[in-house]
Design a protein around this ligand. Structure first.
Ligand code: MG
Length: 304
């Protein structure tokens, strides 16, 4: 089964949750769930990293912990939220000694605190075999932006511009020893600044985990609009020459957003903002190159 179909099925089956449970404001299908607890609206997300899928066997435990924490925190950034705390589970290899397990725990604790999202609990289990992959799962809680509230991926409207922060592609390249997929900085500051600066003009936002093509297609579907992007406007990382790689490699963890009105060319923190397209009436998501239209949804990286 394809991940896309599985996610669509779960989202469809959970669509009635907000009607049945007053505390659920946004259920499955966005970067985080949004839940009401007393006067507070909280964001809730969970993500996992698995050896052999999201990191290599020889990746340092520090970078494994960093990536696990950063992926969940990036989902909080995607809603323009700020982190509150996290809990984690780890499936450890039977041969792992006390010092290694402690190193993994300390690394996760330190990265969690680095992003002001302290690790407040969790659980460990031992895998059946030393050949089974190490797994780390992080559940994070955040608060919504105090003024703008949660920025969903479903709010893009006809007439909006489509924007991305930073530049895309090549996150798995190892020529510097470390891929950006291990060392990216979740765009917490930038997302909060966008929500403060653009206010209600910031209509939709998500983080780019599976590639611009696939993720933009998800935003278009969730919003019930058509998104048209210009291949030549997609910002590429150094060493990435083909826009198809910038749109398809995945694990960029930059922000994709749709907004009305004037959008600055740079965030307060100095991260570039590129306008890459427009939202129009219709459905689907396309990337235009020399007058030819390509289906964006087929370009992204599928987590199998
Ligand atoms: Mg996400």
């Amino acid at each position: 089964m394809r991940e896309e179909e599985l996610l669509a099925m779960m989202t469809a089956r959970s669509r009635d949750l907000p009607a049945r449970f007053g505390q659920v404001l946004t259920g499955p299908g966005d970067d985080c769930a949004v839940v009401q607890i007393g006067e507070q609206r909280l964001l809730l997300t969970v993500d996992q990293v698995i050896e052999g899928r999201h990191f290599r066997r020889n990746t340092s435990l520090d970078l494994v912990a960093r990536k696990a924490a950063a992926r969940s925190i990036s989902d909080i950034a995607a809603m323009a939220g700020s982190p509150v705390c996290m809990v984690a589970t780890a499936a450890l290899k039977p041969g792992m000694d006390q010092a290694e397990a402690d190193a993994l725990y300390m690394a996760l604790k330190e990265w969690a605190e680095h992003w002001e999202c302290p690790l407040v609990g969790g659980d460990t289990a031992t895998l059946a075999s030393a050949n089974d992959p190490l797994m780390l799962t992080v559940t994070a809680i955040g608060r919504v932006h105090p003024v703008r509230g949660a920025v969903l991926r479903s709010g893009a409207r006809e007439g909006d511009g489509i924007y991305v922060t930073g530049s895309l592609g090549g996150s798995f390249e190892q020529e510097t020893g470390l891929g950006r997929h291990l060392t990216f900085e979740p765009r917490l500051k930038e997302a909060a600044w966008l929500a403060s600066t653009l206010g209600d003009g910031l209509h939709a936002m998500m983080d780019l985990s599976d590639g611009l093509g696939r993720d933009a297609d998800r935003m278009a579907r969730a919003s019930g609009v058509r998104m048209e992007m210009d291949a030549s406007a997609i910002p590429k990382n150094p060493g990435v020459r083909d826009w198809k790689r910038a749109a398809g490699d995945g694990e960029d963890y930059e922000l994709l957003f749709a907004a009305a009105g004037n959008v600055p060319a740079r965030t307060e923190s100095g991260v570039a903002i590129a306008k890459i397209g427009v939202v129009v009436r219709g459905e689907g998501c396309v990337i235009a190159e020399d007058g030819k239209l390509m289906d964006a949804g087929g370009l992204g990286w599928e987590h199998r």
